[in-house]
Design a binder for this molecule. Structure first.
Ligand code: BG6
Length: 497
């Protein structure tokens, strides 16, 4: 794909995300020779920094580039740093952008970047509309000579209503194809591989339905707590922070029908259909039975005394915000009728892992009843992270007399494919946006469909009767009540460290 000359303008450039994710991603694109010939980054924020200060901060002094710069050629690094510029917006993002416009024009003519622009909003969402409006007032959104794209970070809304408001606000200044809503999970290779596993093979897809699949389980566990983000997290919680976006995106890729082709609109049309077919839970009894929330409690984790959630900085000591969420739901369509989905996400688990487990049904007629091997063990495990890859579990005959069956693993690791640099999520997503490919970005209707499902759960958790936030010890696999969500002979699969 061709990457045309362009300028990337980052709003919120003195913030953490810019230093931690964006600049390292751009550096790697530079290293991999993916950047166009004429390219500059203009960082914008309210801190009083010069171009040199900015370069010093996000390149030379950055802890996030330390490893990359170690031993790198000075001229090469300088070549990168010299692409970065900074503009101080003063006290407020809601201001006259004529100075900014003049700066953009000056940089564009000095570097020959033309009029193709990406605006990356790494700011709180309440600034999205303000920034879009002020850009528009200066004619900086008009696509007359070159294209204009806007990338927005999550959280995209706080509820269905606020997500709609945000979409409406952005649509005043940008057309939908110009808007790139980032969900960094879509930038992960293994998440994209869900599509390839399903639609580039003929061995999985025929089984990918209610006739053969017993249930689907998705686990997203982190070993860290809320770190320094207590203030933000306490108003958000696991359902908003992870489930509404990253996990429902994964669900949509597991659930969707085959798209007609691999382009952005075709894939996203199917994802929206998938999200819309998730059965929305509305009555209290259903919500009570199928949703569990929990909060981590202080504990000794591997010899380290870890704080409980309510003791974290920025968190209300009486907070009921969830750091653990487990939801059981159904997908009402031809393919998935009656197949339960169990999805959970949490902080302060024993390990960091994200995986999708497809549990196949037991054979209809069991010949090897005394096999010692539980027939229910046919599973396909898609490891999103870490140890990216896939694991298939099936039964094999134990050599010797009779028919003793034992479990065997067919294990594939991504790392065995290549030892070249695999792009990080931000590298991949940035490059896609630079090339105008929105396949891995969430469309307005996808985001709204995800909120449609999540909204009643949030409402129930905030206002319902008999709602509890269950405690679980930090470093454990969540509250015991979550085990009761999975019925019958099954249990959550808790992957080892
Ligand atoms: C972010 C959440 O979107 O994803 C964080 O806000 C979370 O709370 C992070 O820690 C997890 O991302 P990853 O890529 O480390 O799984």
């Amino acid at each position: 794909n061709k990457t045309e000359n362009q300028m990337l303008v980052i709003f919120g450039a003195s913030g953490d995300l810019t230093a931690r994710k964006l600049i390292p991603a751009i550096f790697n694109l530079y290293k991999g020779k993916h950047l166009p010939k004429n390219f500059v980054v203009l960082g914008i924020s309210r801190s009083n920094l010069s171009d040199e200060d900015f370069r010093q901060r996000v390149v030379y002094d950055s802890q996030y580039l330390k490893d990359e710069l170690n031993g790198a050629n000075d001229a090469f690094v300088k070549g990168f740093a010299d692409m970065l510029y900074y503009e101080d917006l003063g006290d407020n993002y809601d201001t006259d952008y004529s100075g900014l416009r003049a700066r953009i024009e000056k940089l564009s003519s000095a570097h020959g970047t033309g009029s193709n622009m990406i605006y990356y909003l790494s700011t709180p969402p309440n600034l999205y509309e303000i920034i879009a409006k002020n850009l528009s007032d200066q004619d900086l959104t008009r696509e007359e000579n070159g294209w204009k794209r806007i990338i927005v970070e999550k959280p995209f809304g706080y509820s269905l209503e606020t997500a709609k408001e945000l979409n409406d606000a952005l649509h005043k200044y940008f057309e939908e194809p110009q808007i790139y809503r980032i969900d960094h999970y879509l930038g992960k290779e293994t998440v994209q591989n869900l599509l390839v596993t399903r639609f580039a093979n003929s061995i999985f897809e025929p089984l990918w339905n209610r006739n053969y699949i017993h249930h689907v389980e998705i686990t997203n566990a982190e070993s860290v707590g809320v770190e320094k983000r207590g203030g933000y997290y306490d108003k958000s919680g696991a359902l908003r922070d992870m489930f509404q976006n990253h996990l429902l995106q994964i669900v949509s890729l597991v659930v969707m029908e085959p798209p007609i082709g691999p382009n952005a609109e075709e894939i996203r049309n199917e994802k929206v259909k998938a999200l819309k077919s998730i059965r929305i839970m509305r009555d209290e009894e259903t919500l009570y039975k199928n949703t569990i929330r929990g909060q981590y409690l202080a504990a000794d984790v591997n010899g380290e005394q870890v704080k409980g959630y309510r003791e974290e900085d920025g968190v209300d000591p009486e907070s009921t915000t969830e750091t653990y969420a487990a939801i059981k739901f159904f997908v009402d369509n031809w393919r998935w009728a009656d197949v339960p989905f169990y999805v959970r996400t949490a902080k302060r688990m024993p390990t960091k892992v994200t995986e999708v487990v497809i549990h196949f049904k037991t054979p209809h007629h069991q010949i090897f009843k005394d096999a010692g091997f539980a027939n229910k063990d046919n599973k396909l495990i898609i490891r999103v992270q870490p140890d990216e890859g896939m694991l298939m579990k099936f039964g094999v005959k134990v050599p010797g007399q009779g028919f003793k069956v034992e479990r065997a693993n067919l294990d594939f690791y991504y790392s065995s494919l290549t030892d070249t640099h695999v792009m990080t999520a931000y590298e991949r997503l940035l490059l896609d946006a630079m090339q105008g490919d929105a396949t891995l970005y969430a469309r307005a209707d996808e985001v709204e469909a995800a909120w449609e499902f999540v909204d009643p759960i949030l409402d129930y958790w905030a206002n319902g009767k008999e709602v509890r936030t269950y405690g679980y010890s930090a470093g454990m696999w969540g509250p015991q009540n979550a085990d009761d969500l999975i019925e019958g002979l099954y249990m959550w699969r808790n992957p080892g460290k």
